[in-house]
Design a protein around this ligand. Structure first.
Ligand SMILES: C[S@@+](CC[C@H](N)C(=O)[O-])C[C@H]1O[C@@H](n2cnc3c(N)ncnc32)[C@H](O)[C@@H]1O
Length: 331
């Protein structure tokens, strides 16, 4: 915990701004809040709700309400509270009914390195789990940033991308050749597309049947409909070097279809590398997936993963696994 003795004002404002973007209330309890003069409160507002990013893509009103309420509670006994802090609290209370909001994820705990995702906090919305970012997506992205060589100059295919946090983070930070995010739900696909436009300056969108390719500094970021139950219509020129997926192992009825997709791409490229990040909510389900892999002659290896190196992902995660899947036996 920071104390007010030896921390300068800029650090205090930055720490508070980071805790706001990280959606963490814990730093607010620290002793340094009593140093927050009006001027520092003003600086804090310009780093957060008045920043160009946040003005364009305001974050969760529910969290903003909790944060600003707590901030006011702690500030009031010590200082005059900035008018705009009260004003902002009133405005978010009005807009809380919205189902979607913008989440700003700090990479490397930096205010200069943020991935912004439009998503819901609901587990299921409009019949899909794909409209929010799940913990496995943070885990897979954090691991990818620790293992960038695997992605450098490679064609990446993501299965069940959801709102696109993993794909977008990998394109931003790993020097990929191309990356295609896929899903089978139309609203999810539309949301990925919007999230790509929010995070990259796209020079051009090219529609090619079921594939939309956004051009960003000569890098191609694709969004495509891909249903694991349909191996017949997979476009022939899609030959990934690396396949990734986060939190796509939860429904036993789609284990075999998913593995059929692995099979198709393995036939197209014997060296394809497959990495699947799983949250293990039920060990029978997870073991069922491993068994189905085995029956289909796929081998697997559990990779060791460090927590929270570049991205925070450990909250409330009971048990998890990052699988490397292959036809050959691992050394
Ligand atoms: C739990 S969400 C995970 C989303 C994202 N990967 C993440 O971790 O945040 C599962 C995703 O798989 C997609 N999905 C489920 N069944 C599918 C299928 N048969 N074909 C393609 N995608 C599917 C859903 O639409 C959803 O986006």
């Amino acid at each position: 915990m920071l104390t007010n003795n030896n921390v300068d004002n800029t650090t205090i404002v930055e720490t508070l701004a980071k805790s706001f973007f990280k959606r963490s209330l814990s730093d607010l309890n620290s002793g340094y809040i009593n140093n927050m003069t009006w001027e520092m409160q003003d600086k804090f507002l310009y780093k957060t709700i008045y920043s160009p990013l946040f003005k364009k893509y305001p974050g969760s009103p529910t969290f903003s309400r909790q944060f600003f309420k707590k901030l006011i509670e702690l500030l009031e006994p010590e200082h005059e509270v900035h008018d705009d802090i009260y004003g902002y609290l009133c405005s978010v209370m009005d807009s809380e009914a919205d189902q979607f909001n913008y989440c700003h994820y700090l990479i490397d705990n930096s205010l200069d390195n943020i991935v912004t995702i439009k998503e819901t906090k609901n587990m299921v919305l409009n019949g899909t789990t794909g409209l929010r970012t799940w913990e496995a997506a943070f885990m897979l992205s954090d691991w990818a940033l620790c293992n960038q060589d695997i992605f450098t100059n490679k064609s990446i295919l993501e299965l069940g991308s959801g709102v696109g946090f993993t794909g977008i983070t990998i394109v931003k930070h790993c020097n990929v050749k191309s990356l295609v995010m896929t899903d089978f739900h139309d609203e999810v696909l539309e949301t990925i597309h919007k999230n790509i436009h929010m995070n990259f300056s796209v020079s051009q969108d090219q529609q090619n049947n079921d594939l939309v390719v956004s051009k960003n500094r000569k890098k191609d970021i694709g969004v495509m409909k891909l249903d694991w139950n349909d191996t017949e219509n997979l476009r022939h020129n899609l030959i990934p070097d690396v396949i990734i997926g986060a939190d796509i192992v939860y429904d036993p009825s789609i284990f075999q279809p998913l593995i059929n997709i692995f099979e198709v791409f393995h036939k197209r490229n014997n060296n394809v590398e497959i990495y699947i990040a799983c949250v293990i909510r039920n060990s029978d389900t997870f073991n069922g997936f491993l068994k189905t892999l085995d029956i289909s002659n796929f081998k697997h290896k559990e990779l060791s993963v460090q927590r929270n190196v570049h991205i925070r992902w450990d909250e409330n995660l009971p048990s998890w696994s990052l699988l490397r899947i292959n036809k050959e036996t691992f050394n």
